[in-house]
Design a protein around this ligand. Structure first.
Ligand code: ACO
Length: 429
């Protein structure tokens, strides 16, 4: 095979180097194209643009493959925990027993937020969305710990990582308690990562919630399945911000903002809202499916489709099984799940969805699980953000530790007025 591609235009030819990843995907390196030709490439939505080389996560969307640091998601879902997987994603290897213990101890050591930060929560209106609080509070946390603001210069990045991972969970639970006018519940050192989050969400000052292991496991699995997903909208945002040498707190806070949108992390909330609406309308799902196929309706089947997966999302397969098991253990019969199953069947057999390769994505089932656990709708995307934190941190590290890394600065094709005169205000009518 040639190790270059040729571009011909206007009677000229340039050679562009081909590069190959460790899983044999190939790309044309166009980084010198403009210098050589004066041309740039246009790829709105970046479907064909590799924005970086990364060693964190591998996805083959056609085959439905997802691996963190080379390990298949199915094996991690079966045998690992969120905290261990977070370590793997950030540090590139599974921890030894000693490293795992140390990392867990650091998570415990950092689980309390600075007491003064509690006053920030008072400044938000009662109905503030927890995602707004989460992004602001993560950014604010950096102000209290200036020594953590330049982790790439630190010898002990494990400390900074554990700090953010642990704090985000406390901030998220406090944001929820604040939004409901409930007293804050402090974390307990003896609880696991996911158990502690549920405790801070649902215990009362005078009564701890009885935590079912199946519920703790289901939440842990949701976090693990969301831990990274290569260059999606929020992770690319984190890398973009990190490329300006912004600090870790600012970079991951920007990831939270990008995740919030309903076409990205907000989809899990949108799935439940869609199912509730279908239920309220007395629709068996068929009217909604018809509307989702009609571009003029402005509706989409939320939880279906993915930019990268043109096959079943492997996370959706795992989470569907977890969903069935959890509902059986909790003895929950949920009419929304019945609608979800009907939508899934309708879409999987409908030529519109088949031709466009629109399969259920991870959000389709994670929403049902979170609802069964009793997590409020506005917290769904927050849970996603807690889960995605290891991926954001690992991508931040890749950018900030790369020698000679350049600031991300795409170009554009200008389509506005080529040249326009300035008309003084009094002459504009
Ligand atoms: N329902 C109905 N039609 C859809 C859907 C859907 N959920 N998703 C895509 N389509 C159609 C589009 O209308 C388009 O049709 P056309 O070719 O006739 O114009 C075609 O499928 C391709 O769609 P695009 O919008 O080009 O796909 P893109 O890759 O840009 O978008 C996305 C991917 C945003 C996930 C899209 O499928 C979507 O909006 N899904 C619903 C929201 C959702 O579930 N988001 C979660 C994503 S996963 C995550 O963030 C964890």
């Amino acid at each position: 095979m040639n190790d270059f591609a040729e571009l011909r235009w206007d009677g000229r030819t340039v050679s562009l180097p081909l590069i190959e990843g460790s899983a044999h995907e190939k790309a044309i390196d166009i980084s010198r194209l403009r210098d050589q030709t004066g041309l740039i490439t246009l790829d709105s939505g970046y479907s064909n643009t590799g924005s970086c080389e990364s060693a964190i996560t591998f996805i083959d969307g056609e085959k439905g493959i997802l691996r963190y640091r080379g390990i298949p998601i199915e094996e991690l879902a079966e045998q690992s925990s969120f905290v261990e997987t977070a370590y793997l994603i950030i540090y590139g290897k599974l921890p030894t027993r000693g490293e795992f213990q140390h990392f867990g101890d650091l998570l415990t050591a950092h689980e309390l937020i600075h007491e003064d930060m509690k006053f920030h929560f008072e400044g938000f209106p009662p109905n503030a969305h927890p995602m707004a609080m989460l992004s602001s509070m993560i950014n604010s946390a950096g102000c209290y710990y200036p020594e953590l603001l330049a982790p790439q210069e630190s010898q002990d990045f494990v400390n900074e990582t554990a700090f953010i991972l642990s704090q985000v969970r406390t901030i998220a639970a406090f944001a929820y308690r604040k939004s409901r006018g409930l007293p804050i519940i402090y974390p307990k050192p003896e609880y696991s990562y996911s158990a502690n989050f549920l405790h801070m969400m649902f215990s009362r000052p005078n009564a701890d919630i009885a935590l079912k292991p199946e519920v703790v496991r289901a939440l842990d699995l949701i976090l693990l399945l969301h831990a990274d997903h290569e260059q999606n909208c929020s992770t690319s945002t984190v890398r973009m911000v990190a490329s300006s040498k912004a600090n870790l707190f600012a970079s991951v806070a920007s990831g939270v903002c990008a995740l919030w949108g309903p076409l990205h992390g907000g989809a899990n909330q949108a799935v439940i809202e869609m199912l509730e609406q279908i239920h309220r309308d007395g629709d068996d799902g068929s009217r909604f499916v018809a509307a989702a196929k009609d571009k003029k309706s402005g509706r989409r089947l939320m939880g279906f489709g993915h930019r990268v997966y043109k096959n079943y999302d492997p996370r959706a397969k795992i989470i569907k099984r977890q969903c069935d098991e959890l509902l059986a253990v909790l003895n929950i019969s949920d009419p929304l799940l019945d609608i979800a199953l009907r939508l899934e069947q309708a879409a999987l057999n409908d030529p519109y969805f088949i031709e466009r390769k629109l399969y259920p994505n991870v959000d389709f089932y994670s929403g049902i699980i979170m609802r069964a656990i009793g997590l409020p709708l506005e917290m769904f995307t927050v849970i996603f953000a807690i889960g995605r934190m290891p991926g954001w941190i690992a991508n931040y590290l890749e950018v900030s530790q790369k020698e000679g890394g350049r600031i991300c600065r795409p170009r554009q094709i200008y389509v506005g007025e080529p040249l326009a005169p300035y008309i003084p205000l009094e002459q504009r009518g």
